[in-house]
Design a protein around this ligand. Structure first.
Ligand code: HGY
Ligand code: MN
Ligand code: MN
Length: 379
């Protein structure tokens, strides 16, 4: 992490920004400008990544922000508003199963419950942060960098197929889906694979298998829903032992919060039926839920105007993927630009966006920043 934050800081410095790394490892680059004033315009994305994933999800957006500001500075552009570029340290929430850590810290809305979450080695987030010298009792107490009158703008790869199907390099995001992360722990009883008859088995893995298929059937009733079991641990995980304990996670999404809540109810009903039938102790914990958001209409309008100069038509749609914008929009008006990626593929090493599309995105992003700085939308 240190290596990445130092590198990003050096890129920001090379672009003429005053860059710092905060204790969470967010990298913050401020445009030094004598004539600028509040409210600020914050630009950015995250620089962490999913295990065995691609290099565009997050970092491309951050690099576009740095390059766009460098272009504007070289043009001699004088911003009316303070402009900051923010490289968020942890958006994916892999290590502690809790997302938007960097952006919530900068908004002063960090969820303090996350401090007790443990990583796979049993360390709590609090222990890790305090070992780095952070005083976690002070979280959310100082005046945050991102405040309610500011604007936040994030460019990001689409991570889905809409733009490719429309043959367009860029799109405007109208809102971001609600999401929930759930942890399930089933306690069975380990035993000998060769001797234990069916009626004496308490197999945690076959119970989990039934539950996982129930998660998949949530799609039947609702094509807008997304439900995924992405992580599973089986104990003792031996070829000749009955599984005595299984833990797995469920990632649930729906374009609107009410739909997500309905989905959670349906899921709990299905899981409870399986628990009753199988008669094994099971704990279901809701790790995190974030409501859907609508991107600011003034920002969407400015993006529509800027994009119209760079492609044959402009399209807008909701993001199924989560982004720092989902968290930051709870604090200030926010908006996102999407960039086409090959086959809509993301969270995979083959994730790819072409240099041609990146060039269009950079030119459009310069226009978006200039437009919103000159015509800061009325709240
Ligand atoms: O999980 C997500 O939607 C995002 O990529 N962090
Ligand atoms: Mn991601
Ligand atoms: Mn991302």
């Amino acid at each position: 992490m240190d290596t990445a934050s130092k590198l990003i800081k050096s890129w920001m410095n090379n672009a003429g920004l005053i860059a710092t790394v905060d204790p969470m490892q967010n990298v913050i680059g401020s445009w030094p400008s004598e004539n600028a004033s509040s409210p600020s315009i914050h630009l950015g994305s995250h620089y962490d990544t999913v295990i065995n994933a691609g290099k565009y999800d997050g970092p491309l957006g951050l690099l576009l922000c740095i390059s766009a500001v460098e272009i504007l500075r070289l043009e001699g552009y004088e911003p009316k508003h303070f402009i900051n570029i923010l490289g968020f340290c942890d958006e994916e929430g892999i290590r502690f199963s809790s997302t938007f850590l960097g952006s919530s810290y900068l908004c002063g809305t960090f969820d303090l419950n996350f401090l007790d979450n443990r990583d796979s080695e049993g360390n709590t987030m609090r222990e890790l942060l305090e070992s780095r010298g952070m005083d976690t009792s002070q979280f959310n107490k100082a005046k945050p960098l991102i405040s309610k009158d500011d604007l936040f703008l994030e460019p990001h790869i689409e991570q889905g197929p809409v733009l490719e199907n429309l043959d367009l390099p860029l799109g405007v995001v109208t809102g971001i889906a609600a999401q929930s992360r759930i942890h399930v722990s089933i306690t069975g009883k380990s035993g000998h694979a060769g001797t234990t008859p069916l009626e004496l088995r308490k197999d945690a893995l076959t119970t989990a298998a039934e539950m996982i298929l129930a998660v998949e059937t949530l799609f039947d009733a609702n094509s807008n829903a997304r439900a995924t079991v992405g992580q599973i641990n089986n104990y003792p995980n031996a070829i000749n032992a009955i599984p005595g304990k299984v833990e797995f996670t469920i990632d649930l999404r729906h374009p609107v919060t009410a739909g997500l809540n309905q989905l959670k109810e349906e899921l709990l009903e299905k899981l409870n039926l399986i628990i009753q039938k199988r008669d094994l102790p099971c704990e279901i914990d809701f790790l995190q839920s974030v409501d859907s958001i609508t991107c600011d209409r003034g920002i969407q309008k400015a993006m529509n105007k800027a994009l119209a100069k760079h492609q044959k038509s402009v399209t807008s749609f909701t993001s199924g993927a989560g982004h720092d914008t989902l968290k930051i929009a709870q604090t200030c008006r926010s908006g996102m630009l999407f960039i086409r990626c090959r086959d809509g593929l993301s969270h995979h090493p083959d994730e790819y966006t072409s240099p041609e599309d990146i060039r269009v995105a950079l030119n459009a992003w310069v226009d978006v920043i200039r437009e919103l700085d000159q015509n800061f939308p009325e709240s």
